[in-house]
Design a binder for this molecule. Structure first.
Ligand SMILES: [Zn+2]
Length: 467
Protein backbone atom coordinates (compact mmCIF):
# COMPACT_ATOMS: atom_id res chain seq x y z
CA UNK A 1 0.00 0.00 0.00
CA UNK A 2 2.84 2.39 0.88
CA UNK A 3 4.35 1.68 -2.50
CA UNK A 4 1.07 2.60 -4.20
CA UNK A 5 0.74 5.82 -2.21
CA UNK A 6 4.30 6.71 -3.13
CA UNK A 7 3.48 6.07 -6.76
CA UNK A 8 0.47 8.39 -6.58
CA UNK A 9 2.62 11.14 -5.08
CA UNK A 10 5.18 10.64 -7.85
CA UNK A 11 2.40 10.77 -10.42
CA UNK A 12 1.04 13.99 -9.04
CA UNK A 13 4.49 15.53 -8.87
CA UNK A 14 5.09 14.45 -12.44
CA UNK A 15 1.86 16.16 -13.48
CA UNK A 16 2.72 19.33 -11.64
CA UNK A 17 6.24 19.43 -12.99
CA UNK A 18 5.21 18.69 -16.56
CA UNK A 19 2.35 21.19 -16.70
CA UNK A 20 4.35 24.44 -16.99
CA UNK A 21 6.81 22.99 -19.49
CA UNK A 22 6.23 24.38 -22.99
CA UNK A 23 6.71 20.88 -24.42
CA UNK A 24 3.57 19.74 -22.60
CA UNK A 25 1.66 23.03 -22.85
CA UNK A 26 -2.00 22.09 -23.35
CA UNK A 27 -3.32 23.15 -26.72
CA UNK A 28 -6.89 22.58 -25.54
CA UNK A 29 -8.70 25.50 -24.04
CA UNK A 30 -12.03 25.45 -22.25
CA UNK A 31 -14.04 28.66 -21.96
CA UNK A 32 -16.56 29.34 -19.19
CA UNK A 33 -18.73 31.27 -21.70
CA UNK A 34 -20.45 30.03 -23.76
CA UNK A 35 -18.94 26.68 -22.74
CA UNK A 36 -18.29 25.32 -26.18
CA UNK A 37 -15.20 23.16 -26.05
CA UNK A 38 -12.48 22.80 -28.65
CA UNK A 39 -9.88 20.06 -29.02
CA UNK A 40 -6.97 20.62 -31.37
CA UNK A 41 -4.97 18.02 -33.27
CA UNK A 42 -2.25 16.80 -33.46
CA UNK A 43 -2.46 15.87 -29.77
CA UNK A 44 -0.59 17.95 -27.23
CA UNK A 45 1.52 20.98 -28.04
CA UNK A 46 1.30 22.54 -31.49
CA UNK A 47 4.28 23.65 -33.56
CA UNK A 48 4.88 25.97 -36.46
CA UNK A 49 4.31 23.97 -39.64
CA UNK A 50 1.44 21.91 -38.21
CA UNK A 51 -1.76 21.39 -40.15
CA UNK A 52 -4.12 21.89 -37.23
CA UNK A 53 -7.49 20.14 -36.95
CA UNK A 54 -10.32 21.06 -34.59
CA UNK A 55 -13.12 19.18 -32.88
CA UNK A 56 -15.81 21.52 -31.52
CA UNK A 57 -18.33 20.37 -28.90
CA UNK A 58 -21.45 22.12 -27.66
CA UNK A 59 -22.25 22.64 -23.96
CA UNK A 60 -23.93 19.70 -22.26
CA UNK A 61 -27.67 19.69 -22.90
CA UNK A 62 -27.49 22.21 -25.75
CA UNK A 63 -28.70 20.76 -29.04
CA UNK A 64 -26.79 22.12 -32.04
CA UNK A 65 -27.36 19.20 -34.40
CA UNK A 66 -27.05 20.35 -38.01
CA UNK A 67 -25.99 23.88 -37.02
CA UNK A 68 -22.90 25.30 -38.67
CA UNK A 69 -19.81 26.63 -36.96
CA UNK A 70 -17.13 28.81 -38.55
CA UNK A 71 -13.49 29.41 -37.60
CA UNK A 72 -11.68 32.64 -38.43
CA UNK A 73 -8.22 33.98 -37.83
CA UNK A 74 -8.85 37.69 -38.14
CA UNK A 75 -10.55 38.22 -41.50
CA UNK A 76 -9.33 34.90 -42.88
CA UNK A 77 -11.79 32.00 -42.79
CA UNK A 78 -10.30 28.65 -41.79
CA UNK A 79 -13.50 26.82 -42.67
CA UNK A 80 -17.11 26.16 -41.83
CA UNK A 81 -18.89 22.89 -41.11
CA UNK A 82 -21.90 21.52 -39.25
CA UNK A 83 -22.34 19.58 -36.03
CA UNK A 84 -23.12 15.95 -36.65
CA UNK A 85 -22.76 12.54 -34.97
CA UNK A 86 -19.19 11.30 -35.24
CA UNK A 87 -17.36 8.04 -34.60
CA UNK A 88 -18.48 4.78 -33.03
CA UNK A 89 -19.97 6.73 -30.11
CA UNK A 90 -21.92 9.07 -32.47
CA UNK A 91 -20.65 12.05 -30.44
CA UNK A 92 -22.13 15.34 -31.69
CA UNK A 93 -19.30 17.53 -32.90
CA UNK A 94 -18.11 19.80 -35.68
CA UNK A 95 -14.87 18.42 -37.13
CA UNK A 96 -12.38 20.49 -39.12
CA UNK A 97 -9.64 18.36 -40.65
CA UNK A 98 -6.31 20.16 -41.19
CA UNK A 99 -8.10 23.52 -41.36
CA UNK A 100 -5.28 25.75 -40.14
CA UNK A 101 -2.04 25.65 -42.13
CA UNK A 102 0.58 27.15 -39.84
CA UNK A 103 3.47 26.85 -42.27
CA UNK A 104 5.29 30.17 -42.58
CA UNK A 105 3.90 31.61 -39.32
CA UNK A 106 6.04 32.80 -36.42
CA UNK A 107 6.03 30.93 -33.13
CA UNK A 108 3.69 32.62 -30.66
CA UNK A 109 0.10 32.81 -29.47
CA UNK A 110 -2.73 33.29 -31.98
CA UNK A 111 -6.39 34.10 -31.47
CA UNK A 112 -8.95 32.09 -33.43
CA UNK A 113 -12.62 33.08 -33.43
CA UNK A 114 -15.33 30.43 -33.45
CA UNK A 115 -18.86 31.49 -34.37
CA UNK A 116 -22.28 29.96 -34.93
CA UNK A 117 -24.58 32.06 -37.11
CA UNK A 118 -27.60 30.74 -35.23
CA UNK A 119 -27.97 32.54 -31.91
CA UNK A 120 -25.03 34.79 -32.78
CA UNK A 121 -22.72 32.65 -30.63
CA UNK A 122 -19.06 33.63 -30.78
CA UNK A 123 -15.95 32.99 -28.72
CA UNK A 124 -12.17 33.18 -29.01
CA UNK A 125 -9.54 30.52 -28.41
CA UNK A 126 -5.90 31.40 -27.84
CA UNK A 127 -3.60 28.81 -29.35
CA UNK A 128 0.16 28.71 -28.93
CA UNK A 129 2.51 27.56 -31.68
CA UNK A 130 5.93 26.47 -30.49
CA UNK A 131 8.98 26.75 -32.77
CA UNK A 132 9.28 24.02 -35.40
CA UNK A 133 12.77 23.26 -34.09
CA UNK A 134 11.19 22.03 -30.83
CA UNK A 135 9.20 19.18 -32.44
CA UNK A 136 10.25 16.02 -30.60
CA UNK A 137 11.77 12.98 -32.29
CA UNK A 138 11.05 10.94 -34.32
CA UNK A 139 8.71 13.33 -36.07
CA UNK A 140 11.00 15.85 -37.79
CA UNK A 141 12.36 13.16 -40.14
CA UNK A 142 9.33 10.89 -40.10
CA UNK A 143 7.76 10.05 -43.47
CA UNK A 144 5.20 7.60 -44.78
CA UNK A 145 6.75 4.47 -46.27
CA UNK A 146 5.04 1.65 -48.16
CA UNK A 147 6.12 -1.84 -49.08
CA UNK A 148 4.41 -4.42 -51.30
CA UNK A 149 4.38 -8.03 -50.21
CA UNK A 150 2.56 -11.07 -51.60
CA UNK A 151 -0.44 -10.48 -49.35
CA UNK A 152 -0.42 -6.83 -48.54
CA UNK A 153 0.48 -3.24 -49.19
CA UNK A 154 2.02 -2.29 -45.87
CA UNK A 155 2.18 1.36 -44.81
CA UNK A 156 4.19 2.63 -41.86
CA UNK A 157 6.02 5.73 -40.71
CA UNK A 158 9.80 5.95 -40.71
CA UNK A 159 11.59 6.29 -37.39
CA UNK A 160 8.92 4.24 -35.56
CA UNK A 161 9.06 0.73 -34.09
CA UNK A 162 7.33 -0.57 -37.23
CA UNK A 163 10.21 0.58 -39.41
CA UNK A 164 12.73 -1.08 -37.11
CA UNK A 165 10.81 -4.37 -37.23
CA UNK A 166 9.41 -4.19 -40.75
CA UNK A 167 10.94 -7.47 -41.98
CA UNK A 168 9.37 -9.33 -39.05
CA UNK A 169 6.06 -7.55 -39.63
CA UNK A 170 6.05 -8.50 -43.32
CA UNK A 171 6.48 -12.18 -42.43
CA UNK A 172 3.89 -11.90 -39.66
CA UNK A 173 1.30 -10.32 -41.98
CA UNK A 174 1.90 -12.97 -44.64
CA UNK A 175 1.37 -15.77 -42.12
CA UNK A 176 -1.88 -14.21 -40.84
CA UNK A 177 -3.21 -13.76 -44.38
CA UNK A 178 -2.56 -17.44 -45.23
CA UNK A 179 -4.25 -18.57 -42.02
CA UNK A 180 -7.28 -16.30 -42.46
CA UNK A 181 -7.81 -17.52 -46.05
CA UNK A 182 -7.65 -21.13 -44.90
CA UNK A 183 -10.09 -20.59 -42.04
CA UNK A 184 -12.64 -18.66 -44.09
CA UNK A 185 -12.11 -20.95 -47.08
CA UNK A 186 -11.80 -17.95 -49.35
CA UNK A 187 -9.09 -15.84 -50.98
CA UNK A 188 -8.41 -12.14 -50.68
CA UNK A 189 -9.24 -10.73 -54.10
CA UNK A 190 -6.47 -8.15 -53.92
CA UNK A 191 -3.60 -7.12 -51.69
CA UNK A 192 -4.79 -6.01 -48.27
CA UNK A 193 -3.93 -2.42 -47.29
CA UNK A 194 -2.33 -2.73 -43.86
CA UNK A 195 -1.11 0.27 -41.87
CA UNK A 196 1.01 -0.02 -38.72
CA UNK A 197 0.26 2.90 -36.42
CA UNK A 198 2.80 4.28 -33.94
CA UNK A 199 0.17 5.11 -31.32
CA UNK A 200 -2.68 3.33 -29.56
CA UNK A 201 -6.08 4.12 -31.00
CA UNK A 202 -9.03 2.31 -29.50
CA UNK A 203 -7.97 -1.22 -28.59
CA UNK A 204 -5.09 -1.33 -31.05
CA UNK A 205 -6.78 -2.19 -34.34
CA UNK A 206 -9.64 -1.31 -36.62
CA UNK A 207 -10.82 -1.87 -40.18
CA UNK A 208 -12.23 0.85 -42.40
CA UNK A 209 -10.73 1.61 -45.83
CA UNK A 210 -7.98 -0.83 -44.91
CA UNK A 211 -6.61 -2.54 -41.83
CA UNK A 212 -4.99 -0.42 -39.10
CA UNK A 213 -2.94 -2.05 -36.35
CA UNK A 214 -1.03 -0.37 -33.55
CA UNK A 215 2.58 -1.48 -33.47
CA UNK A 216 4.57 -0.42 -30.43
CA UNK A 217 7.12 -2.39 -28.47
CA UNK A 218 5.39 -1.02 -25.37
CA UNK A 219 1.69 -1.12 -26.19
CA UNK A 220 -0.37 -0.09 -23.17
CA UNK A 221 -3.52 -1.60 -24.73
CA UNK A 222 -1.82 -4.92 -24.29
CA UNK A 223 -2.78 -6.41 -27.59
CA UNK A 224 -0.30 -8.17 -29.80
CA UNK A 225 0.08 -7.00 -33.38
CA UNK A 226 -0.20 -10.58 -34.59
CA UNK A 227 -3.53 -11.29 -32.89
CA UNK A 228 -4.99 -7.94 -33.92
CA UNK A 229 -3.78 -8.28 -37.52
CA UNK A 230 -5.45 -11.69 -37.74
CA UNK A 231 -8.68 -10.29 -36.26
CA UNK A 232 -8.79 -7.35 -38.66
CA UNK A 233 -7.91 -9.56 -41.66
CA UNK A 234 -10.92 -11.72 -40.80
CA UNK A 235 -13.07 -8.56 -40.93
CA UNK A 236 -11.52 -7.59 -44.27
CA UNK A 237 -12.11 -10.96 -45.91
CA UNK A 238 -15.52 -11.33 -44.26
CA UNK A 239 -16.61 -8.01 -45.81
CA UNK A 240 -15.31 -9.14 -49.20
CA UNK A 241 -17.39 -12.33 -48.92
CA UNK A 242 -20.54 -10.24 -48.78
CA UNK A 243 -23.93 -10.37 -47.15
CA UNK A 244 -26.74 -7.86 -46.96
CA UNK A 245 -26.72 -7.10 -43.22
CA UNK A 246 -24.07 -8.60 -41.01
CA UNK A 247 -24.97 -7.76 -37.39
CA UNK A 248 -22.04 -6.45 -35.30
CA UNK A 249 -22.40 -9.30 -32.81
CA UNK A 250 -21.77 -11.84 -35.58
CA UNK A 251 -19.02 -9.85 -37.32
CA UNK A 252 -17.02 -9.45 -34.12
CA UNK A 253 -17.84 -12.95 -32.93
CA UNK A 254 -16.55 -14.35 -36.21
CA UNK A 255 -13.30 -12.35 -35.98
CA UNK A 256 -12.62 -13.56 -32.43
CA UNK A 257 -13.69 -17.15 -33.15
CA UNK A 258 -11.54 -17.36 -36.29
CA UNK A 259 -8.60 -15.89 -34.36
CA UNK A 260 -8.95 -18.37 -31.45
CA UNK A 261 -9.37 -15.49 -29.04
CA UNK A 262 -9.78 -11.76 -28.69
CA UNK A 263 -6.54 -10.13 -27.51
CA UNK A 264 -4.71 -13.43 -27.28
CA UNK A 265 -5.27 -17.08 -28.06
CA UNK A 266 -7.62 -18.23 -25.32
CA UNK A 267 -10.16 -21.00 -24.64
CA UNK A 268 -13.31 -19.30 -25.92
CA UNK A 269 -15.97 -21.75 -24.71
CA UNK A 270 -14.72 -22.13 -21.11
CA UNK A 271 -14.36 -18.36 -20.87
CA UNK A 272 -17.90 -17.81 -22.16
CA UNK A 273 -19.13 -20.44 -19.71
CA UNK A 274 -17.30 -18.54 -16.97
CA UNK A 275 -19.35 -15.48 -17.93
CA UNK A 276 -22.48 -17.42 -16.99
CA UNK A 277 -20.82 -18.62 -13.82
CA UNK A 278 -19.82 -15.09 -12.81
CA UNK A 279 -23.25 -13.64 -13.66
CA UNK A 280 -21.77 -11.59 -16.52
CA UNK A 281 -23.62 -13.19 -19.45
CA UNK A 282 -25.38 -10.55 -21.59
CA UNK A 283 -28.82 -11.49 -23.02
CA UNK A 284 -28.48 -12.00 -26.78
CA UNK A 285 -31.11 -9.43 -27.71
CA UNK A 286 -29.30 -6.78 -25.71
CA UNK A 287 -25.91 -7.85 -27.06
CA UNK A 288 -27.21 -7.76 -30.64
CA UNK A 289 -28.84 -4.35 -30.35
CA UNK A 290 -26.08 -2.52 -28.51
CA UNK A 291 -22.95 -4.51 -29.18
CA UNK A 292 -20.39 -1.70 -28.91
CA UNK A 293 -22.12 -0.15 -25.90
CA UNK A 294 -21.95 -3.33 -23.80
CA UNK A 295 -18.87 -4.28 -21.80
CA UNK A 296 -16.31 -4.81 -24.50
CA UNK A 297 -14.45 -7.97 -23.48
CA UNK A 298 -17.61 -9.74 -22.28
CA UNK A 299 -19.44 -8.96 -25.53
CA UNK A 300 -16.58 -10.19 -27.71
CA UNK A 301 -15.99 -13.51 -25.98
CA UNK A 302 -19.73 -14.20 -25.74
CA UNK A 303 -20.14 -13.40 -29.45
CA UNK A 304 -17.23 -15.69 -30.35
CA UNK A 305 -18.74 -18.51 -28.30
CA UNK A 306 -22.04 -17.95 -30.11
CA UNK A 307 -20.31 -18.44 -33.47
CA UNK A 308 -18.62 -21.53 -32.08
CA UNK A 309 -22.01 -22.87 -30.97
CA UNK A 310 -23.73 -22.10 -34.29
CA UNK A 311 -21.01 -23.69 -36.42
CA UNK A 312 -20.83 -26.75 -34.15
CA UNK A 313 -24.61 -27.18 -34.18
CA UNK A 314 -25.50 -26.40 -37.81
CA UNK A 315 -22.15 -26.82 -39.60
CA UNK A 316 -19.86 -24.15 -41.06
CA UNK A 317 -21.56 -24.08 -44.48
CA UNK A 318 -25.06 -23.70 -43.05
CA UNK A 319 -23.81 -21.04 -40.68
CA UNK A 320 -22.20 -19.18 -43.58
CA UNK A 321 -25.43 -19.31 -45.63
CA UNK A 322 -27.41 -17.96 -42.66
CA UNK A 323 -24.84 -15.24 -41.85
CA UNK A 324 -24.80 -13.89 -45.40
CA UNK A 325 -28.58 -13.97 -45.74
CA UNK A 326 -29.63 -11.50 -43.02
CA UNK A 327 -31.78 -8.60 -44.18
CA UNK A 328 -33.21 -5.45 -42.74
CA UNK A 329 -36.88 -4.51 -42.69
CA UNK A 330 -38.44 -1.18 -41.72
CA UNK A 331 -38.19 -0.63 -37.99
CA UNK A 332 -36.12 -3.76 -37.42
CA UNK A 333 -33.24 -3.68 -34.96
CA UNK A 334 -30.19 -5.92 -35.38
CA UNK A 335 -31.78 -8.41 -32.97
CA UNK A 336 -34.99 -8.42 -35.05
CA UNK A 337 -33.03 -9.10 -38.26
CA UNK A 338 -31.17 -11.89 -36.53
CA UNK A 339 -34.40 -13.35 -35.22
CA UNK A 340 -35.97 -13.43 -38.72
CA UNK A 341 -32.89 -15.03 -40.32
CA UNK A 342 -32.67 -17.64 -37.53
CA UNK A 343 -36.31 -18.60 -38.09
CA UNK A 344 -35.81 -18.84 -41.84
CA UNK A 345 -32.60 -20.89 -41.75
CA UNK A 346 -32.75 -22.85 -38.49
CA UNK A 347 -36.45 -22.68 -37.51
CA UNK A 348 -35.66 -21.16 -34.14
CA UNK A 349 -36.17 -17.71 -32.61
CA UNK A 350 -33.45 -15.60 -31.02
CA UNK A 351 -34.95 -16.42 -27.61
CA UNK A 352 -34.79 -20.17 -28.36
CA UNK A 353 -31.24 -19.79 -29.61
CA UNK A 354 -30.31 -18.12 -26.33
CA UNK A 355 -31.80 -21.00 -24.32
CA UNK A 356 -29.94 -23.59 -26.41
CA UNK A 357 -26.71 -21.57 -26.28
CA UNK A 358 -26.87 -21.27 -22.49
CA UNK A 359 -27.52 -25.00 -22.15
CA UNK A 360 -24.50 -25.63 -24.39
CA UNK A 361 -22.28 -23.35 -22.28
CA UNK A 362 -23.46 -25.03 -19.07
CA UNK A 363 -21.93 -28.26 -20.34
CA UNK A 364 -18.47 -26.69 -20.63
CA UNK A 365 -15.85 -27.40 -18.00
CA UNK A 366 -14.52 -24.22 -16.41
CA UNK A 367 -11.09 -24.08 -14.81
CA UNK A 368 -10.09 -21.70 -12.04
CA UNK A 369 -7.68 -20.09 -14.50
CA UNK A 370 -10.54 -19.33 -16.90
CA UNK A 371 -12.40 -17.40 -14.21
CA UNK A 372 -9.33 -15.54 -12.93
CA UNK A 373 -8.03 -14.68 -16.38
CA UNK A 374 -11.45 -13.53 -17.61
CA UNK A 375 -12.10 -11.38 -14.54
CA UNK A 376 -8.68 -9.72 -14.81
CA UNK A 377 -8.92 -9.28 -18.58
CA UNK A 378 -12.18 -7.38 -18.09
CA UNK A 379 -10.59 -5.31 -15.29
CA UNK A 380 -7.47 -4.64 -17.37
CA UNK A 381 -9.31 -3.33 -20.44
CA UNK A 382 -11.78 -1.34 -18.31
CA UNK A 383 -8.67 0.31 -16.83
CA UNK A 384 -7.12 0.90 -20.27
CA UNK A 385 -10.30 2.66 -21.39
CA UNK A 386 -10.45 4.65 -18.16
CA UNK A 387 -6.83 5.74 -18.70
CA UNK A 388 -7.75 6.82 -22.23
CA UNK A 389 -10.77 8.82 -21.10
CA UNK A 390 -8.69 10.63 -18.48
CA UNK A 391 -5.26 11.02 -20.09
CA UNK A 392 -5.40 9.96 -23.76
CA UNK A 393 -8.96 10.90 -24.83
CA UNK A 394 -8.26 10.88 -28.58
CA UNK A 395 -7.46 7.17 -28.25
CA UNK A 396 -10.75 6.20 -26.56
CA UNK A 397 -12.56 3.87 -28.96
CA UNK A 398 -15.94 5.59 -28.98
CA UNK A 399 -14.43 9.01 -29.75
CA UNK A 400 -11.05 8.17 -31.29
CA UNK A 401 -9.32 10.65 -33.59
CA UNK A 402 -9.25 8.79 -36.91
CA UNK A 403 -8.34 11.14 -39.74
CA UNK A 404 -8.33 9.84 -43.30
CA UNK A 405 -5.08 7.90 -43.61
CA UNK A 406 -4.85 7.77 -47.43
CA UNK A 407 -5.15 11.56 -47.46
CA UNK A 408 -2.50 11.79 -44.75
CA UNK A 409 -0.18 9.71 -46.92
CA UNK A 410 -0.83 11.73 -50.06
CA UNK A 411 -0.26 15.00 -48.20
CA UNK A 412 2.70 13.73 -46.19
CA UNK A 413 0.99 14.27 -42.81
CA UNK A 414 2.36 12.11 -39.99
CA UNK A 415 1.85 14.19 -36.84
CA UNK A 416 -1.72 13.03 -36.12
CA UNK A 417 -0.43 9.47 -35.67
CA UNK A 418 3.07 10.12 -34.32
CA UNK A 419 2.16 12.52 -31.52
CA UNK A 420 0.31 11.35 -28.48
CA UNK A 421 0.24 12.36 -24.82
CA UNK A 422 3.69 11.70 -23.39
CA UNK A 423 3.89 13.56 -20.07
CA UNK A 424 5.64 11.72 -17.26
CA UNK A 425 2.31 10.53 -15.86
CA UNK A 426 1.33 9.07 -19.25
CA UNK A 427 4.63 7.26 -19.58
CA UNK A 428 4.44 5.83 -16.07
CA UNK A 429 0.83 4.66 -16.33
CA UNK A 430 1.43 3.18 -19.78
CA UNK A 431 4.45 1.33 -18.43
CA UNK A 432 2.32 -0.02 -15.56
CA UNK A 433 -0.46 -1.10 -17.94
CA UNK A 434 2.00 -2.84 -20.27
CA UNK A 435 3.57 -4.61 -17.33
CA UNK A 436 0.14 -5.69 -15.98
CA UNK A 437 -0.71 -7.12 -19.38
CA UNK A 438 2.60 -9.01 -19.48
CA UNK A 439 1.85 -10.46 -16.02
CA UNK A 440 -1.65 -11.46 -17.11
CA UNK A 441 -0.32 -13.22 -20.19
CA UNK A 442 2.01 -15.43 -18.15
CA UNK A 443 -0.63 -16.15 -15.51
CA UNK A 444 0.89 -14.01 -12.76
CA UNK A 445 -2.51 -12.81 -11.59
CA UNK A 446 -1.29 -11.29 -8.31
CA UNK A 447 1.13 -8.97 -10.13
CA UNK A 448 -1.45 -8.18 -12.83
CA UNK A 449 -4.08 -7.26 -10.25
CA UNK A 450 -1.62 -5.11 -8.27
CA UNK A 451 -0.67 -3.19 -11.42
CA UNK A 452 -4.29 -2.66 -12.44
CA UNK A 453 -5.12 -1.45 -8.93
CA UNK A 454 -2.17 0.98 -8.92
CA UNK A 455 -3.29 2.53 -12.21
CA UNK A 456 -6.86 2.92 -10.93
CA UNK A 457 -5.74 4.48 -7.65
CA UNK A 458 -3.65 6.97 -9.58
CA UNK A 459 -6.57 7.76 -11.89
CA UNK A 460 -8.83 8.22 -8.82
CA UNK A 461 -6.47 10.87 -7.52
CA UNK A 462 -6.00 12.53 -10.90
CA UNK A 463 -9.73 12.73 -11.52
CA UNK A 464 -10.29 14.36 -8.12
CA UNK A 465 -7.37 16.70 -8.77
CA UNK A 466 -8.71 17.69 -12.19
CA UNK A 467 -12.13 18.69 -10.78
ZN1 LIG B 1 -13.29 -6.43 -34.63
Amino acid sequence: MRKILLLIIIMLMACRFSAPSPVFAPAVTVRPEPNFRVITHPDGALYVGDLVSFEVFSPTGVSVSGQRVRINRGDKSLGETSFQPSGLGARSQATFYWAWDTRGLEAGTYTLTFSLPVGNTRWDEKITLLPAAAIPLPEPKARWESVNTDCCVIHYISGTDAEADIETLKRMAAAQAVDVEARLNNKFDKKTPLTFLPRVLGHGGFTSDGIYVTYLRQNYAGSTAQQVTHHEMVHWLDAQMGGDQRPSVLQEGLAVYMSDGHFKVEPILPRAAALLDLGLFIPLRQLSDSFYATQHEIGYVEAAALISYLTATYGPDEFNSFYRDIHSAPGNSQADMLDSALQMHFKISLAQLEQNFIAFLQQQAIGETDRADLRLTVAFYDTVRRYQRVLDPSAYFLTAWLPNAPEMRSRGIVADFVRHPHAAVNQELERLLASSDASLRVGNYIAAEAGIRAVNLTLDVLEKWQK
